[in-house]
Design a protein around this ligand. Structure first.
Ligand code: PMP
Length: 397
């Protein structure tokens, strides 16, 4: 049999955990593995702004005919405004081209394949640690992987000097993957001064920044979270951004993101984009429409946009509140270790410092599911499940 030589693949470290969670019969189990926002009631509801945009779309949609390879034009324009701001130098000089793509994952993969097929760039530098899927995406596309130092568990902080020392070993043409904000899994981002240094380093060493921007609005705000990207973009002639609206619009299963190529000139951007489109054509041909139409409808309508911004603010504030409560309740449970750092991290995740054995014990004994690295999805904590989670952590420590 042909398939008899196929070996069993290991379960995905994050999605495999969700499968195990679903199979767990315990009523009071808690899933803090996958990065999905939960509201106070533990639900992941459709945003009201999204519901309204969908109602509007059902009214006006006349055809399900194919989109162009690059997707919805209005969406792509709106993406550029979110990334670079109103009237940015990049858009004024027509240096960016955007293609709607299936989620952040699809966007990263298309960016990587474009680079492999059309440029001399063959090595990508990933932070240590990084989102578990980065390795798969980039090695599947044929890039060699290197890693740069980033996080130091002992200090629960970034070692920026070590990051620079690692990147000093990068060669001209190498790609540097940067998390635009809300670094996954550590929750610790570069400061503006550090972004400036990284931008200058990329310029000096001719490295290509590839931004993974999956959490715009989950850190400090829509504009604030784009500052790192904008700082680097103001320094380098070329970069790529892969962004996602899975989290900030709650459009997880619509698979909506985008690849944006910024080149040194309009002409160069058009040439690069023609090849990106060729890459897309041979992969999924053209993107599904619904997610892009929702995002474009919301961003182009002042009332819907304002409602979305409100909903995003609510999500961001709830996570911040859970962080503070988490730290406080661990203290109340008599935990000696200082978990104060959790309150200072950005975005959905906290790198808890819990080790593999503790993570296993939490799952087996208490039905609390956390990624093996100790990454906790704070966005999955609620006032209802926090006491159980904090008691269990106090127990395993
Ligand atoms: N990049 C990072 C850092 C992520 O955390 C995620 C989602 N977990 C993605 C990309 C992919 O997002 P999407 O679900 O839109 O593919």
């Amino acid at each position: 049999m042909i398939f008899s030589t196929v070996s069993q693949a290991p379960a995905d470290p994050i999605l495999g955990l969700t499968e195990a969670f679903k199979a767990d019969p315990r009523q009071d189990k808690v899933n803090l593995g996958v990065g999905i926002y939960k509201d106070e009631a533990g639900q992941t509801p459709v945003l009201t702004s999204v519901k309204k945009a969908e109602a509007k779309l059902i009214e006006i949609e006349k055809s399900k005919s194919y989109l162009g390879i690059e997707g919805v034009q209005a969406y792509n324009r709106a993406v550029q405004t979110l990334l670079f701001g109103q009237d940015s130098d990049i858009t004024t000089h027509d240096r960016a081209r955007t293609a709607q793509a299936p989620g952040g994952t699809g966007s990263l993969r298309m960016a990587a394949e474009f680079l492999v097929n059309n440029t001399q760039s063959s090595t990508i530098w990933l932070s240590n640690p990084t989102w578990a899927n980065h390795q798969n995406i980039f090695s599947s596309a044929g890039l060699s992987i290197e890693s740069y130092d980033y996080y130091v568990p002992e200090t629960q902080n970034i070692d920026f000097e070590a990051m620079l020392t690692s990147l000093a070993n990068a060669s001209a043409g190498d790609i540097v993957l940067l998390h635009g904000c809300c670094h996954n899994p550590t929750g610790i981002d570069l400061t503006q001064a550090q972004w400036q240094v990284i931008g200058q380093l990329c310029l000096d060493k001719q490295l290509l920044p590839l931004f993974d921007f999956a959490y715009q609005g989950f850190g400090a705000g829509i504009e604030e979270d784009a500052q790192g990207l904008r700082t680097v973009a103001s320094l380098v002639p070329e970069l790529i951004i892969a962004n996602s609206f899975s989290k900030n619009f709650g459009l997880y299963n619509e698979r909506i993101g985008a690849v944006t190529i910024v080149a040194e000139s309009s002409e160069s951007a058009s040439r690069a984009f023609s090849q990106l489109k060729k890459t897309i054509r041979s992969s999924y041909s053209n993107p599904p429409a619904h997610g892009g139409l929702i995002v474009a409808t919301i961003l182009e309508d002042a009332a819907l946009r304002s409602e979305w911004e409100q909903e995003l603010t609510t999500m961001r504030n709830r996570i911040a509140q859970m962080r503070a409560l988490f730290v406080q309740m661990l203290k109340d449970e008599g935990v000696q270790r200082d978990f104060g750092f959790i309150a200072n991290q950005n975005g959905m995740f906290s790198f808890s410092g819990l080790d593999k054995a503790q993570v296993t014990q939490l799952r087996e004994e208490f039905g609390i599911y956390i990624v093996g690295s100790g990454r906790i999805s704070v966005a999955g904590l609620t006032k209802d499940n926090l006491p159980k989670v904090c008691k269990a952590i106090a127990h395993v420590l």
